[in-house]
Design a protein around this ligand. Sequence first.
Ligand SMILES: Cc1ncc(COP(=O)(O)O)c(C=O)c1O
Length: 401
Amino acid sequence: MARGLKHLFTLDPSVTFLNHGSYGACPRPVIAAQRAWQDALERQPVAFMDPRHLRERFEDVRNALAGELGARAQDLFWSTNATEALNLVARSLPLGPGDEILTSDHEYAALDKTWDFVCRRTGAALRRVTVSLPLCSEAELTTAILDGVSDRTRVLFLSHVTSPTALALPIARVVAEARARGIITVIDGAHGPGLIPLALDALGADFYAGNCHKWLMAPKGAGFLHVRDEAKRWLAPGVISHGWAPDLAPGDPGPLGDDAFLDAFQFRGTRDASAWLSVTAALAFRQDQNWPKIGDDCRSLALATARMIAGSYGQVLPGADEFLTQMVAIPIPPCDPLRLHDALLAEDGIEVPVIRWRDKCFVRLSVQGYNTPEEVDRLARVLARRFPPRRHARIRLPSGS
Ligand SMILES: Cc1ncc(COP(=O)(O)O)c(C=O)c1O
């Protein structure tokens, strides 16, 4: 583990912060870059917001990010966050009564609500299939999902990295199979960028929404939507502004001088784009610090600790190593999640999410470069004190559910 990186972040030193996963944490040089963008905006708002200039700044970010995502810069645009991007997709799709949206039982609760909303409006139905734990192979996932496909399935919606169970789902085959059957594929990649290697062009999902403010460590409010060329026709702008032109197709020159698709989606009225513009600074920070190596070390520590804690309760981790990252959901004995979270923070100074998923409880440990092995060890010791392993060794949560 790299040490001495804490000073690069503004996190409260009195808190053992083991929850990078929820909102990320932004390094000081990236915060400084964002402030510089905000200063530039306030110095000459008119020149700064002029689409002729702003368009070029957006393009710089798209070009830099496209390399990280394995994507083409013209297929992605800024969204404040993954929720916003996925709402745009869900509310655009041509759904009607009898249609089905196929998804898993590992999805982020807010997006379950998004689809619920869309179903109520369109008459479509959400079909949720069970993906059992532990996930041991890509074939298990592919089979579980494809078994849920029917002649009514119009959309497949899956997380790339799941929120409650922190699994990096091996989605390549199931995306390809779904597309081959004419199903629109929508991927929630909120945790993807910076946490797992991405190759969005090769993946070929119709829509992939992601965040740069989690694991890429950009400022909050830097999300994106990546849209496959052929899927662009399905997307309807949520906000109509100067960039919209009804008779232009993606690829045509747009009214603001960019591709018509980008003009329609990346200009949505007056907004503070500083978080998005700072994505380049976040990418540079990661490169300067050799963050991929730091991430690998974090993952090793997270997995070793998670295995040790889970093992002390006779439990296994939610998936095979290849599906686990530096954010791991560690099974613990049954508890009241909110009360445990609050007690860990108030009494032990540890910020870590406690999650109930089906009949299981997890502590979702994130290890990031600013964490030390001592902090991670503290979590293990505090959990052992609160749930003495001997007392709980016999309490086995039902497996395979
Ligand atoms: C799987 C998943 N999807 C979506 C989100 C929402 O991200 P945001 O609030 O940035 O839109 C989260 C947040 O943690 C998540 O874990």
